[in-house]
Design a binder for this molecule. Structure first.
Ligand code: 6PG
Length: 255
C-alpha cells in the first residue's frame, strides 16, 4: 500500500495542485503534463492507456491537443483510449462524451480506430454494456492495485455537485468495489450512464482533475472536506493532480 497522499498547503486538496490563470492556461498546463506522461508510458511499455472525461473543461484540453504543437508531439498511434463515463445515447448524439471527444480530438489525430474503446451508451441494457466494458478493460490492461485494471492516465472533470465521471451523490455506483464499470445515475439529462468505479479510478497511475470557474468552489470544498463523490478518488499507487484556474483556486483558498 502506498503512503497516503499529502495535502496541498494552500487549497487543502489531496495530491499536487497546479493553479493557472484561466481555462486556456489550464489546458496548456494539462497538455504539457499529459504529453509527458504519454511519452514516458510509450518509452516503457510501447503504449499508453488514457481515460477521457466528458464536460466543457476537458473539451478545451482536447481542442488544444488536436492543434499544433501538441498534435505533432504526441505518439497518437500508441494511444489506447478509454472513457471515465458515458451518457445513455448513441455515439453520434451531441450529448455523448465519445462524440465530444471524437469531434474535439480523435477525428483530428491518428489514434487507430481499433484503439478507441468507447462505452456503449446506446445499449438498451446498460448493466450488460458496463459489464462488457469492465471485461474489456480487464483483458487489455495490466492489473493494478486492488485487482482493478490499471490505466496510465485518468482525466476527470468535477461537477458542481461534486460528482466525477458518473459517480453522482447518493447513487449505488458509489458503493461498488468489486466491479470495474457499472450503470450510473445522473441528476440531469441524460440520467442514465455508464461509469468507471472507484477501484478502477484509484488503480490509475496518473489521475488528474481539470476544474475551472468559481461555480466549482463548493464542489472543491466538498473534496477538501471529504463530503462529495470526487473525494473518493485517491489513487492507491499513483499520482493525483488538480489543474485549477485562478477563479476556482482563489475561491477555495478564501473559504
Ligand atoms: C459527464 C462528465 C462529468 C463532467 C463534469 C464536469 O459526462 O457529465 O464526465 O463527470 O466531467 O460534469 O463537467 P464540466 O467541465 O463541463 O463542468
Amino acid at each position: 500500500m502506498a503512503a497516503p497522499l499529502g495535502r496541498d498547503g494552500a487549497t487543502g486538496l489531496p495530491g499536487a495542485v497546479h493553479v493557472l490563470g484561466d481555462p486556456p492556461a489550464l489546458a496548456a498546463a494539462a497538455a504539457a503534463w499529459l504529453s509527458e506522461r504519454s511519452a514516458t508510458a510509450v518509452a516503457t511499455r510501447g503504449r499508453v492507456s488514457v481515460s477521457l472525461a466528458g464536460g466543457g473543461t476537458p473539451k478545451t484540453l482536447y481542442e488544444l491537443l488536436a492543434s499544433p504543437p501538441w498534435r505533432d508531439r504526441i505518439a497518437w498511434e500508441r494511444w489506447e483510449v478509454y472513457y471515465g463515463d458515458e451518457r445513455a445515447c448513441p455515439p453520434d448524439d451531441p450529448e455523448s462524451n465519445h462524440h465530444m471527444a471524437a469531434t474535439a480530438l480523435l477525428d483530428h489525430v491518428p489514434v487507430p480506430a481499433g484503439s478507441v474503446h468507447r462505452m456503449e451508451g446506446e445499449s438498451p441494457d446498460l448493466d450488460a454494456a458496463a459489464a462488457r466494458y469492465a471485461d474489456l478493460m480487464a483483458r487489455l490492461l495490466p492489473t493494478g492495485p486492488g485487482g482493478a485494471p490499471r490505466l496510465d492516465v485518468v482525466l476527470l472533470g468535477l461537477g458542481t455537485n461534486g460528482h466525477t465521471a458518473s459517480l453522482f451523490p447518493g447513487t449505488p455506483a458509489l458503493g461498488v468495489h468489486d466491479r470495474w464499470a457499472v450503470r450510473g445515475r445522473a441528476d440531469y439529462r441524460p440520467y442514465n450512464r455508464i461509469t468507471l468505479t472507484y477501484p478502477t479510478l484509484n488503480a490509475g497511475a496518473s489521475v488528474a482533475f481539470l476544474v475551472a470557474g468559481s461555480e466549482k468552489v463548493p464542489a472543491l470544498r466538498g473534496v477538501r472536506d471529504g463530503t462529495v463523490p470526487a473525494a473518493g478518488v485517491v489513487p492507491e499507487d499513483g499520482e493525483l493532480l488538480w489543474f485549477l484556474d485562478e477563479e476556482a483556486a482563489e475561491g477555495l483558498e478564501a473559504s
